[in-house]
Design a protein around this ligand. Structure first.
Ligand code: ZN
Length: 372
């Protein structure tokens, strides 16, 4: 009992310490709202960005409530966390619950106060980009830039030094190629902001291709270049999957937290562990803020703490033996930003919708919107 008491005191402090207001986006991040060039966020706008930052913090405060309620045996909190952070014999231990609370509190504290990122290792103010155009795709036969962004001569040939003539870049390309899945060859990208190269997939043949190219890319966080950066893709703001560029999104589309109506059905009527489009899924209720919130987990906690050995899990349901957020094992879930993001969105709706006459609340532990 003593251990449990200590845990609840700590959790209580954690939930009280999260501030009401997010820090100004322009002080938390280096972000440019005056242009769409080089990853600028003009098409999103400062007020919009501040709104989703605030939504992210508000959702994390709901997360601390979720942890406190689990600790206090609130049935809805128990069912939700036991489904999304699965342990062999629920309820989870005080230490396991504390890990979830500390993680949520750490990310929320950063949104309120700022500070170092990448698990405390990077003190430079991170960039926030709204497209991958801050990266300029090169080939290994492109001229090499120095740290001033200038080309320089190859003293042996007397002409411009090329990337494939510098052993450092040849080695880095090989290392990144080895880290990529399949036979994909890594491509050099120049960042004028960092005045340095990053090696990554080519995504598509086009020189304009990057991490926002293709269906399903909403955002990415990198710690290879200093300062770290979050890149949000136009698709995260409502652009179509085949038009994932700022130019194809005249106005970013804001979906606030709790703004989509929950449409619950009795739990007994929905399937278990599989997708069915006849019922409303939690994914249909996610606010715009969820991508930024997800990426801030990667930003603040760093790569090691936010990539589980099974890889990132985004899908609530997957067929067969693939891993999915609903039913993800605790050890994986605590390193999976989407598990946190979806759990706090779910509990936000549980709190907001209250109870029916039978005392039943709107819940999402099955991955679907249910009541009773
Ligand atoms: Zn992620």
């Amino acid at each position: 009992m003593k251990l449990r008491l200590c845990a609840s005191i700590i959790l209580g402090l954690a939930s009280n310490s999260l501030a009401q207001n997010a820090r100004a986006v322009g002080t938390l991040f280096q972000v440019d709202f005056t242009t769409n060039n080089e990853g600028g966020c003009q098409y999103v706008g400062q007020a919009f960005m501040q709104n989703i930052l605030q939504d992210s913090l508000d959702l994390l405060r709901v997360g601390t409530q979720l942890v406190t309620d689990y600790n206090n045996n609130v049935a809805e909190a128990r069912r939700l966390l036991d489904s999304f952070f699965r342990v062999a014999n629920p309820p989870m231990t005080a230490a396991q619950l504390q890990t979830i609370g500390t993680t949520i509190n750490g990310v929320g504290t950063w949104i309120a106060n700022g500070g170092p990122v990448n698990n405390g290792q990077v003190t430079g103010i991170p960039y926030l980009f709204c497209y991958h155009s801050w990266l300029q795709k090169q080939t290994m036969s492109s001229p090499a830039f120095d740290t001033a962004g200038e080309t320089y001569p190859n003293i042996y040939t007397g002409t411009e030094m090329l990337l494939n003539q510098e052993q450092m870049y040849i080695t880095r390309q090989q290392q990144e190629t080895n880290a990529l899945p399949g036979s994909t060859k890594a491509v050099p990208y120049w960042s004028p902001k960092h005045r340095a190269y990053i090696f990554d997939r080519g995504y598509a043949a086009s020189l304009n291709a990057g991490p926002c190219t293709g269906n399903g890319y909403f955002g990415v966080t990198q710690h290879s270049l200093n300062p770290s950066s979050i890149t949000l893709c136009p698709q995260a703001f409502g652009a179509g999957s085949n038009a994932n560029t700022p130019a194809n999104l005249a106005t970013a589309h804001y979906v606030g937290r709790r703004s989509v109506a929950a449409n619950p059905v009795p739990r007994a009527t929905v399937p278990t562990g599989t997708g069915n489009n006849n019922f409303q899924k939690l994914g249909a209720l996610t606010p715009t803020a969820i991508t930024l919130l997800h990426e801030i987990f990667h930003l603040v906690l760093g790569n090691t703490a936010t990539y589980a050995p099974v890889g990132e899990v985004y899908d609530l349901f997957t067929a067969g033996t693939n891993v999915q957020v609903v039913g993800l094992d605790y050890n994986y879930a605590v390193a999976n930003p989407e598990s946190f993001a979806l759990a706090v969105v779910a509990y936000d709706y549980t709190i907001a919708n209250g109870a029916n006459v039978a005392g039943q609340r709107v819940e999402f532990y099955s991955g679907y919107t249910t009541q009773g």
